[in-house]
Design a binder for this molecule. Structure first.
Ligand code: CTP
Ligand code: MG
Length: 252
């Protein structure tokens, strides 16, 4: 195996609008401790020795702005490329993946919206792929009991059942893949979309979901509570608190 094949590349989908976070800049550019979420997320990846290249999928009208932003935050020494993302997360990942050199054998996909992922999680995911897994997800047990419901606008919604919480995991990123595995499932999903008769496939919200859809095997490694996704306003409050705690600890 040559050196390039042994080092992973990371795709960072960052083209979302962040509607659940409320009005303001695109979510990836919203600030946490004075630094955009995207910059935190890219730094978290570049801290891992397993990652040699980061490809950011930016909002299509913001490619130059995002490239300049990454440069201005001291990431200019790293191999970071910025491409235009797409209308869905899946499309953004596919476009980012297309920009990764063919000889790179391991690809991680990491949400820009998970700025505080510890480097240990990045390393653990990359190691598991290097050790032979085709698809790896970091995950944590659930605190809440989960119920499946029949969605009714305005409710009340009838409960269908309650899955056994002990068998459930909340899945995070980075998710890691053998490059061929990820490229193949994205190509198949695109082909099926093109062929769709309008009935459509249920959307997947993560890349491992595509692997599962096409019958591939996905394994779980331990995630971390600080790898949570900034989705709603309260998540930003929590992220600020985690960052302040880290900065205070570093000052000692
Ligand atoms: N994403 C993307 N391209 C899209 C949609 C989402 O690259 N068309 C990225 C987001 O930028 C984010 C990640 O996918 O880093 C996870 O998505 P999510 O948390 O849902 O972010 P948004 O789609 O931006 O938020 P919302 O769903 O609240 O609008
Ligand atoms: Mg979204």
């Amino acid at each position: 195996m040559n050196a390039t094949a042994a080092v992973a590349a990371a795709v960072v989908p960052a083209a979302g609008r962040g509607e659940r976070l409320g009005p303001g800049a695109p979510k990836a550019l919203r600030e946490l401790g004075g630094v955009p979420l995207l910059v935190h997320a890219v730094r978290a990846l570049t801290r891992s020795r397993a990652v040699g290249l980061v490809v950011v999928a930016a909002p299509a009208d913001g490619v130059a702005e995002v490239a300049a932003l990454l440069d201005s935050h001291g990431l200019e020494g790293k191999d970071i490329r910025v491409v235009a993302g797409g209308a869905t997360r899946q499309e953004s990942v596919r476009l980012g993946l297309a920009a990764i050199p063919a000889e790179v054998g391991i690809v991680l996909v990491h949400d820009a919206a998970r700025p505080l992922v510890p480097v240990e999680v990045v390393d653990a995911v990359a190691s598991a792929v290097r050790a032979g897994a085709g698809a790896v997800v970091p995950a944590v047990p659930l605190a809440d009991t989960v119920k499946r419901v029949e969605p009714v606008a305005g409710g009340p919604e009838p409960v269908i059942d309650t899955p056994d919480r002990a068998t459930l995991r909340a899945v995070q990123t980075p998710q890691g893949f053998r490059r061929e595995t990820l490229a193949e499932v994205h190509a198949r999903a695109l082909a099926e979309e093109a062929a769709a008769d309008g009935s459509g496939l249920p959307p997947v919200t993560d890349d491992a979901g595509l692997v599962e859809r096409f019958g591939g095997r996905v394994v779980v490694v331990p995630g971390h509570e600080e790898a949570f996704k900034v989705t709603r306003p309260l998540d930003l409050v929590l992220a600020e608190a985690v960052l302040a705690r880290r900065r205070a600890a570093d000052a000692y």
